[in-house]
Design a protein around this ligand. Structure first.
Ligand code: UDP
Ligand code: MG
Length: 347
């Protein structure tokens, strides 16, 4: 496959492992002690891109300490907590490998599967290899139920190419990473965007382990946010739901109208309180739902128009800190610049 040869030729680094982490001080030592031997044994040039998503604990300190004895570790620190998908974006934007694996820090996805993913991609010339959980018994019943519902919904919305039970443990070729980087999307949900790209893909199954240490960084609120972003990022179907709700309400109202007119003709107009009140509450509810749905999409348009960067990098160990520029010899810029703003590149 031409893609595979291109991927293999890209730069000296064959494999990048991108790991977003937020307050993961408890799992970091375990992560390093399991990941590092796997990569060493693999015997290819590699880098590990740890994205510190604005952690408030000792994550940054520990990463700095690990870096001293592990030259392949690169640390990208974000200025503030921007969320899992944004942290992943920061890592993918910076990884240089011909293949890039994204991995959660909490060891729920086994690093031991990385060699299998790489071997499969190389052998079959695949651009994407999904890590698919064939056993989620370690997750709570609630998490499994919500995840099952989420994946069924996503397959309906984004098409059957969305693999069920594939989270953010996956391998991407350089071509796939570049395709993702070229997308203008702001609120990215990679588990939908990646299958949507349409690259040839394979899968490696694994057993989902319980979180090694620490607490989940995906409380219910964030799970709901991910769900809403997934739906609104891929489908305008909810807006059509609004239309159908409106149409349904209209039909019900027509029925009520007939009832009211009949009651009026029969002279039974006083005991209409229940139907009147029900009608008002029903229409009010339908309208609020529709306004809310519209609001979600207007919100997305708003974010897209603002075009703000998804994340801000505080420092990146692969980029030397800039030396302060020497004072300019003479005042420049007024002549040419005119204060015209050049659009900031996506950081
Ligand atoms: N994470 C992150 N930023 C956040 C929340 C989570 O970088 O704001 C990272 C977290 O450190 C972990 C990964 O995203 O490496 C997945 O989070 P978690 O394991 O808590 O989610 P769960 O497995 O419970 O869905
Ligand atoms: Mg986890």
């Amino acid at each position: 496959m031409p893609e595979e040869r291109d991927a293999d030729r890209h730069g000296p680094v064959v494999l990048s492992v991108v790991i977003p982490m937020y307050n993961e001080e408890e799992v970091l030592p375990a992560l390093v002690s399991r990941l590092r031997p796997v990569l060493t044994e693999l015997g290819v040039a590699h880098e590990v891109v740890a994205v510190d998503d604005g952690s408030g604990d000792r994550t940054a300190e520990l990463l700095a300490a690990f870096r001293l004895g592990w030259p392949e570790l690169r640390v990208v620190a974000l200025r503030r907590n921007s969320g899992h998908q944004a942290a992943l974006t920061a890592g993918l934007d910076r990884a240089v490998g011909a293949y890039v694996v994204s991995l959660d820090a909490d060891l729920q996805d086994p690093p031991e599967k990385i060699p299998d993913m790489l071997a499969l991609a190389r052998a079959e010339g695949l651009d994407i290899v999904y890590g698919v959980r064939d056993d989620r018994s370690s997750d709570s019943g609630f998490k499994r139920w919500t995840a099952g519902f989420y994946y069924r919904l996503m397959r309906r919305l984004a098409g059957p190419s969305v693999p069920a039970q594939a989270g953010d443990f996956r391998l991407l070729s350089r071509a796939a990473v570049d395709a993702l980087k070229a997308l203008p999307d702001q609120q990215r949900v990679y588990r939908l965007l990646v299958p949507w790209l349409g690259f040839p893909s394979g899968r490696v199954t694994y057993e989902r382990a319980p979180r090694t240490a620490g607490r989940t960084k995906y409380p219910l609120g964030r799970m709901i946010r991910l769900g809403v972003d997934s739906v609104t990022g891929f489908s305008a179907a909810p807006l059509r739901i609004a239309t159908w709700l409106g149409a349904g309400a209209f039909v019900v109202c027509l029925g009520l109208l007939v009832y009211t007119l009949t009651a009026f003709a029969l002279g039974r107009t006083v005991p209409g309180w229940t139907s009147l009140f029900t009608g008002i509450v029903f229409i009010g509810g339908v309208q609020l739902i529709c306004v809310g749905l519209l609001g979600e999409y207007v919100g997305r348009i708003y974010t897209a128009v603002q075009n703000r960067p998804t994340y801000f990098v505080r420092h990146d160990t692969a980029v030397p800190a800039p030396t302060p520029p020497a004072p300019p010899a003479r005042e420049q810029g007024a002549a040419e610049g005119n204060g015209a703003r050049v659009p900031a590149p996506r950081a």
